[in-house]
Design a protein around this ligand. Structure first.
Ligand code: ARG
Length: 465
C-alpha cells in the first residue's frame, strides 16, 4: 500500500514531513560508489554459494555498473521517497533488471550494508587525507632545508627564550604531522574489518561465504560478532579523534603564522595569494587563510564530540540515530582535506624574513643560558652560574645593551672565571652551533634532519602511488 520497498506491513502512506525528516539521500548519496562495490561483492558471493543464479549475478553486476555510470553522468534522480542511497540504487536496479534486482538484498540488511559502505568510504578518505598530509610535510621539509641556518628566537611563555633556527621550527611542525599520519594509519588498520553478512543483527540463515566478501572488498577479515558489527561506530570516532588532533596541529601552525606575519613580529610574509584585504582599511593584508584553518578546527573537534554523544546512549544493536553520523564524518573529512591542500601551497610560498628573525633573536638575552653553560665548563656549579648570569643580564638591561656588547671587565665583576673566550658562546651562531646532538637546533643537524625527512617522505609517497 505505502509504495515503499519495506512497505508490506504498512497500510498508510508515510507522512510527507516524515519523509523529509528521515531521508538521508541528500548526504549519503556520496557513498554510491562504495555501496555499489559492496553490492557487487555480496551478489558475486551469493552466486558462488548458489543462493542466486549466475545469470542473476550477471544482470545485477551489469545493472549496478550502468547505475554507477548514470550517477557519474548526473543522470540519476535521487528520490527522497526512497530514503537513502541504498534504496535509491536498489530500486533503480530493479527498474533496470527486474527480479534479479529484487534478489540482491538476500541475506543482507541495510544495517550491515551501511556499516560496510562507510568503512570502505572512510578507508579511501583516510588515504586521501594521508596523501595531502604528505604534501604538507614535504613542503615543511623543503622550507626546513632552505632555512636550516636561519636564526630566529625560540619562545617559551611567548617570551624570547633561546636562539633556534627557522628550519628547526619547521621540522617541529613536521613531527606533529608525522604522528598524525601514523595515527591515521592505525585507525585505517583497526577499522579494516568486514561487517557484511551480519545482516540486520543476527546474521543470516543462508550459507554465505563471509571470507569471500571480506577478501574481495580488501578487508583483513570478516567481523567476529554480528551484533557488534552493525552497532559499532568506534572507527568513525577514532578517525574523528585523529582528525581533531591533526586540525589542532594545523591550528597551532596557523596561530604562529598569524603572529609571525603581524607588524610587531614581521618574521614572514604569507604572500598576496593567501591573504585578503579589508573592505574599509586600504592598507590591510590579513592572514585570513590561516585564521580559517584555525576556525575550522572547531568544526572537526565539535564533530568528535557530536559522534561521542551520538553513541553514548545507544543500546545494541543498530538504531536510526546512527544516520546522524554521516554529516559529521563527511564534514570532518572535507575540512581536513581542504585545510591540508591550502597549507601544501601556502607554506612553501611563505617569505621568510631572515634579517628580521636575526634581529629579533638578538633581543631578549637569548644566549644567557649559553653563558651559564660556559661558567659550568669553568667548574662553577650550575645554580651559582644561574645566579651570576641573572645579575649580568640585569646589568646589561641597565646599560641597555646585549650580553655580547658588555666589556669583559663588566662581566668579570660578577665572576672572575669569565675570560676572553666568553664572546664565542655569546653570539647567536655560537649558541645554535653548540646544540649539536640528535634533535638539537645546530644548523648542521637541522640540515641533516631535513634531508632525512625528505628522503623518508619520498619513500612514503611512492608507497601511496
Ligand atoms: N540511512 C541509514 C543510516 O544511515 C541506513 C540504515 C538504515 N537501516 C534501518 N534499519 N533503517 O544508518
Amino acid at each position: 500500500m505505502s509504495g515503499k520497498i519495506w512497505g508490506g506491513r504498512f497500510s498508510q502512506d508515510t507522512n510527507e514531513l516524515v519523509e523529509q525528516f528521515s531521508s538521508s539521500v541528500q548526504f549519503d548519496q556520496r557513498l554510491y560508489a562504495h555501496d555499489i562495490l559492496g553490492s557487487i561483492a555480496h551478489a558475486r558471493m551469493l552466486a558462488k554459494v548458489g543462493v542466486i543464479s549466475k545469470d542473476d549475478f550477471a544482470s545485477i553486476e551489469a545493472g549496478l555498473e550502468q547505475i554507477k555510470a548514470q550517477i557519474e553522468a548526473g543522470e540519476l534522480e535521487w528520490s527522497v521517497q526512497l530514503e537513502d542511497v541504498h534504496m535509491n540504487i536498489e530500486s533503480r536496479l530493479t527498474d533496470l533488471v527486474g527480479d534479479a534486482g529484487k534478489r540482491l538484498h538476500t541475506g543482507r540488511s541495510r544495517n550491515d550494508q551501511i556499516a560496510t559502505d562507510i568503512r570502505l568510504y572512510l578507508r579511501d578518505a583516510i588515504g586521501e587525507i594521508q596523501h595531502a598530509l604528505l604534501q604538507v610535510q614535504v613542503g615543511l621539509a623543503e622550507v626546513a632545508e632552505a632555512q636550516a641556518d636561519t636564526i630566529m628566537p625560540g619562545f617559551t611563555h611567548m617570551q624570547v627564550a633561546q636562539p633556534i633556527t627557522f628550519g628547526h621550527h619547521m621540522l617541529a611542525w613536521n613531527e606533529m604531522l608525522e604522528r598524525d599520519f601514523s595515527r591515521l594509519t592505525d585507525c585505517a588498520k583497526r577499522m579494516n574489518v568486514c561487517p557484511l553478512g551480519s545482516a540486520a543483527l543476527a546474521g543470516t540463515s543462508f550459507a554465505i561465504d563471509r571470507e569471500m566478501t571480506a577478501k574481495e572488498l580488501g578487508f583483513d577479515y570478516p567481523s567476529a560478532n554480528s551484533l557488534d558489527a552493525v552497532a559499532d561506530r568506534d572507527f568513525m570516532i577514532e578517525f574523528t579523534a585523529a582528525a581533531s588532533l591533526l586540525m589542532v596541529h594545523l591550528s597551532r601552525m596557523a596561530e604562529e603564522m598569524i603572529l609571525w606575519s603581524t607588524d610587531a613580529f614581521d618574521f614572514v610574509d604569507l604572500g598576496d595569494a593567501f591573504c585578503t584585504g579589508s573592505s574599509i582599511m586600504p592598507q590591510k593584508k590579513n592572514p585570513d587563510m590561516a585564521e580559517l584553518v584555525r576556525g575550522k578546527t572547531s568544526r572537526v573537534n565539535g564533530h568528535l564530540h557530536g559522534l561521542l554523544m551520538l553513541m553514548k546512549g545507544q543500546p545494541l544493536t543498530y538504531n536510526r540515530d546512527n544516520q546522524e553520523d554521516k554529516e559529521m564524518l563527511f564534514d570532518s573529512i572535507d575540512t581536513c582535506l581542504v585545510c591540508l591542500q591550502v597549507y601544501s601551497e601556502m607554506i612553501p610560498q611563505m617569505l621568510v624574513k631572515k634579517d628580521k628573525l636575526y634581529a629579533a633573536a638578538q633581543g631578549g638575552y637569548a644566549t644567557a643560558t649559553d653563558l651559564a653553560d660556559y661558567l659550568v665548563r669553568k667548574q662553577v656549579p650550575f645554580r651559582d652560574a644561574h645566579e651570576i648570569v641573572g645579575k649580568t643580564v640585569n646589568h646589561a638591561i641597565e646599560q641597555d645593551c646585549t650580553l655580547d656588547a658588555l666589556p669583559l671587565s663588566a662581566m668579570q665583576q660578577f665572576c672572575s672565571a669569565i675570560e676572553e673566550d666568553v664572546f664565542d658562546v655569546l653570539t647567536l651562531e655560537g649558541s645554535v652551533n653548540a646544540r649539536d646532538h640528535i634533535g638539537g637546533t645546530a644548523p648542521a643537524r637541522v640540515l641533516a634532519a631535513a634531508k632525512t625527512a625528505k628522503r623518508q617522505l619520498a619513500t612514503k609517497i611512492k608507497q601511496f602511488a
